[in-house]
Design a binder for this molecule. Structure first.
Ligand code: CP
Length: 324
């Protein structure tokens, strides 16, 4: 693996990657020499709990030295525009900052959320791509404007882990929109859709999406995936439901009003096949997802978050193996 930006960077069948991640979970220190004398830098322009800690832990398990920079708080104010006289509030250009970090590190991870103002700008992934080109080292996407691939790989690992071998059919997986009070990016659901569509095409799962009218995701991520505008209809017979809010792609960054109740609670699970529920976290209890699910055995959210380590570790392992 040369970089990890999206599912397109995975060069083995997804089932193999999942099995490898679950083997790392069983034996975390098997490859503790692989990262010896190498350094990874994790650069955050936005808050993080899980991505930061799980990737640090994965790096440590592989023997990597790990440096974390909260660029938004501890770095210089970054200029990203080209050809401007920097006589305003920005202090350092991304050209120098990324190149310097690339000189310190063998691998860089970057988190940079979208501004949700200009769809073309966000969906071009200009910030991430420019940073990667100036850094000049393999990059790991820690959540960019349109994707969160470490989360999506984690979700696939968690689904496979909970789908016991004595099932003769594929699990039915539903991505379900949830209410929120503020406009959130589409990165997590885009990425979930991209990975699960690929998993569906590779024969691992059966995938569909449930969201209200006005909240359809970009066809780039969902083409060919059934989209249902009714939560109860979508989750009937489901084995796994991944719950997440996102703002509108069509009316970019807006929150079109939704009349129906889209809050998933334990009563609604009765029509499912004893579905297990995922959420990437952080979650606003009883706004996005009912606490009677979060506090029950139907919730996989803690196992899911803990599996972030094995997703990060298998990705870093593949990157390191290609650097030898
Ligand atoms: N799910 C996730 O990425 O969590 P953090 O934002 O806390 O890293």
């Amino acid at each position: 693996m040369k970089q990890f930006f999206s599912v397109q960077d995975v060069q083995v069948p997804l089932s193999e990657l999942v099995i490898e991640a679950l083997k790392l979970k069983q034996d975390p220190f098997q490859f503790h020499e692989l990262g010896k004398f190498r350094t990874i830098g994790l650069i955050f322009l936005n808050p993080s709990l899980r991505t930061r800690m799980s990737t640090q832990k994965a790096a440590a398990n592989l023997g990597l030295n790990c440096m974390v920079l909260n660029m938004d708080k501890d770095g210089w104010a970054l200029e990203t525009r080209e050809g401007v006289i920097m006589d305003g509030t920005t202090v350092e250009h991304m050209r120098e900052a990324a190149a310097v970090m690339g000189s310190y590190c063998d691998i860089l991870g970057l988190r940079s959320f979208p501004k949700l103002k200009n769809r073309e700008e966000d969906y071009s992934e200009e910030f991430y791509k420019k940073f990667a080109s100036y850094a000049g080292v393999p990059m790991v996407n820690l959540e960019s404007a349109t994707r969160h691939p470490l989360q999506s790989l984690t979700d696939l690992i968690t689904i496979q882990e909970n789908w016991t071998k004595n099932h003769t059919r594929k699990p039915k997986v539903v991505l379900a929109w949830a209410p929120h009070i503020k406009a959130l990016p589409q990165a997590v659901p885009n990425s979930f859709a991209e990975w699960m569509r690929e998993a569906d095409q590779q024969g691992l799962i059966e995938f569909s999406i449930a969201n209200p009218a006005g909240y359809d995701l970009s066809p780039e991520f969902t083409a060919g995936v059934p989209v249902v505008h009714d939560l109860d209809q979508a989750i009937a017979g489901a084995d796994f439901i991944s719950v997440k809010n996102w703002s509108s792609f069509e009316d970019y960054g807006a929150m079109p009003s939704v009349e129906e109740n889209w809050l998933l609670d334990s009563a609604r699970l009765k029509s499912t096949n004893q579905a297990k529920v995922l959420h990437c976290l952080p979650v606003r209890r009883d706004l996005e997802l009912a606490s009677n699910i979060l506090d029950s055995e139907d919730s996989l959210v803690i196992q899911e978050a803990s599996n972030r380590v094995w997703a990060a570790q298998v990705v870093l392992k593949h990157l390191l193996e290609d650097m030898r």
